[in-house]
Ligand binder design. Structure first.
Ligand SMILES: Nc1ncnc2c1ncn2[C@@H]1O[C@H](COP(=O)(O)OP(=O)(O)OP(=O)(O)O)[C@@H](O)[C@H]1O
Length: 576
């Protein structure tokens, strides 16, 4: 239960509607008490041949049923409305907290796991906070009021009649916990089936080209079978609940009939009172069954609460010092920068001073740490304090949100969002006009491609941009960054999907836009960095060379070797 405490503040904004719900519920339950009593009045009237009283009782019963319908609807509305609001707030907070997290957080959690917190876990808490809370309060009220009435009518008969109820409660509790375990298994099975389906659809090309269709099909069938089995177990359990209850619940009525009937014969109780007593008793059956169900719900809710609290209670990044909103190019300085994703350092002891407005080429063999350097500069991962400075200020002390406004990052595998080309190009500046769109498209040499699309800028790019070629996708990512016009540019191998000639012409166009900006261009093609003010070369995370293109070529070190390798590769390609 302690784990559920973090939900309390979420109820606060809806106190008044919840209170209204409680009052309507109270009225519903008080009206419910009148039912058996009117039954008694009616039956006594029949025995005493008083037709008027009988009709009056019948009329009142009908009015009471209508009133209960209205009050019950109101109370349900209040509780369920609160639960939907609470669900919405939880989801918003969870998303906000996720968006505050850096790259290391997303390295730790699987996407499917995070998604299930948004769907399953929040859904569980909504059921608990709405329906669960309503049923729980209702059970307390009905038990409290009905027991007072029953004890008032006959304490001994009450104790006798309640004998089967603990059994009823225990059985419901047992079946509910088995039901919960079975439904968790069904959910897990469904998750696996969906995950495999998603992978199969997304990776259909790989599966076909490797001839793995039957293997994947068999794997899917196994999971599907497991899911079917779990679903059948769940269905069997569900089917068992109703008949088991139907077996035990009438035991109370049997006891009332026997002991109460004898009292009627002995004229200690009227027939009407006996029927009313039984009707009150029956009113306890449903809340008893529901109590067992609620306990299961609480268990499941507590597990979900823990999974949500995991994320909601993550430390918020400190607010940080404000940073100028101007888009000017910043100076960048690394002081003994050492960084690793897990424990082993990927970057070691980096020392570098970059003047505002410089174009820095970042070269190095594959896996040397080029992307990692750019991710740190983008603020996606947090470096140790006092190691990375922007305009002379420690990056870890700056306001992350404001800092990222100054950065345009083009990652190695840029992701597009489903929507049109226009939506994607103007993603960071949705209010921009077509003038900017045209300029951006020319800067990344996309105008001919767009002219070739029947829908032009309105062409849908498909999920993740799959309706475009790799090179088109990369240029859309470049255009998206250009539209933002930031002071610090981080380009991570942005031409890797372009042929050499297109890469050169895009880079020529782009350079004009980037004059006066601070630019880090990492590239697997060492020769592309020729025009940089300075080239820094990484090798196994260390900065091993730094200088102009000509100086590094003359140095005959790592960079010169990379250039030589590329030259040989070009020659080989020319021969073949
Ligand atoms: N999210 C991550 N979690 C753990 N290790 C990572 C992560 N990203 C990269 N690495 C590791 O860090 C090292 C450097 O990777 P990085 O991507 O920075 O190199 P790179 O020079 O950009 O390589 P490439 O030229 O192939 O793109 C590699 O050993 C890689 O396995």
């Amino acid at each position: 239960m302690r784990r559920l405490r973090f939900l309390l503040p979420y109820f606060k904004p809806y106190r008044s509607i919840l209170l209204a719900g409680l009052l309507w519920l109270l009225v519903t339950d008080v009206l419910g008490l009148l039912g058996p009593w009117l039954l008694k009045v009616g039956i006594d009237a029949v025995q005493q041949h008083r037709a008027q009283t009988l009709y009056g009782a019948g009329l009142l019963l009908a009015v009471m049923a209508l009133l209960r319908y209205a009050t019950r609807s109101r109370s349900r509305h209040c509780f369920l409305h609160t639960a939907c609001r609470l669900e919405n707030d939880l989801r918003q907070h969870l998303l906000a907290r996720l968006l505050q997290q850096g790259g290391s957080f997303f390295d730790r959690y699987r996407t499917g796991d995070l998604l299930s917190r948004f769907t399953n876990d929040i859904g569980n808490l909504r059921t608990l906070a709405g329906f669960g809370l309503m049923i729980f309060v209702n059970t307390l009220m009905v038990y409290g009021m009905t027991l007072v009435v029953l004890l008032g009518m006959s304490p001994v008969l009450t104790l006798v009649a309640l004998l089967p109820y603990p059994l009823l409660f225990l059985l419901t509790r047992y079946l509910s916990s088995r039901l919960l375990a079975a439904s968790a298994k069904v959910q897990r099975g469904l998750g696996q089936v969906s995950e495999t389906l998603e992978e199969g659809i997304g990776g259909h090309a790989v599966i076909r080209s490797y001839g793995l269709r039957s293997l994947r099909g068999a794997y899917f069938d196994t999971l599907n079978e497991r899911y079917l089995h779990a679903s059948l177990v769940l269905a069997r359990l569900r089917n068992a609940i109703g008949p088991s209850m139907a077996l035990i619940a009438p035991l109370g009525t049997l006891l009332v009939l026997y002991f109460g009937g004898r009292r009627v014969i002995d004229q200690q109780l009227s027939l009407g009172e006996l029927v009313a007593f039984n009707a009150y008793l029956v009113q306890l059956t449903m809340p008893t069954l529901m109590l067992g169900w609620i306990l299961g719900l609480v268990q499941r809710g507590a597990a979900s609460a823990e999974r949500l609290a995991d994320i909601l209670q993550l430390q918020q990044p400190p607010k940080g010092l404000p940073i100028a909103q101007r888009q000017g190019p910043p100076a960048v300085c690394f002081r003994n920068l050492t960084f690793g994703y897990v424990d082993k350092p990927v970057l070691r002891d980096l020392q570098l001073e970059v003047a505002p407005g410089s174009l820095i080429g970042v070269a190095g063999p594959t896996g040397s740490g080029k992307s990692t350097l750019l991710r740190l500069l983008a603020g996606l991962y947090v470096p140790e304090p006092e190691q990375l400075f922007i305009d002379g200020r420690d990056l870890t002390q700056l306001d992350g949100g404001a800092y990222r406004q100054r950065v345009a990052m083009v990652p190695q595998e840029g992701r597009l969002f489903s929507g049109s080309l226009r939506d994607n190009l103007l993603y960071a500046v949705p209010d921009a006009d077509d003038n900017l769109l045209q300029k951006v498209v020319e800067a990344v040499c996309l105008q001919d491609d767009i002219a070739g699309f029947a829908q032009g800028f309105d062409t849908r790019v498909g999920e993740g941009g799959q309706a475009l070629s790799g090179g088109q996708r990369q240029r859309v990512c470049l255009g998206r960054a250009l539209a933002r016009d930031a002071g610090l540019w981080l380009l991570d191998d942005p031409f890797s999907h372009l042929d050499a000639a297109t890469a050169q012409s895009v880079w020529r166009q782009l350079r004009r836009w980037l004059v006066g900006k601070t630019v880090f261009l990492a590239s697997g093609q060492a020769s592309l960095l020729a025009g940089a003010d300075r080239i820094v070369v990484l090798d196994a995370g260390r900065l091993v060379e730094s200088g102009t293109y000509d100086a590094l070529r003359a140095q005959k070190g790592v960079y010169a070797r990379l250039l030589e390798k590329e030259r040989l590769q070009r020659e080989l390609e020319g021969l073949s």
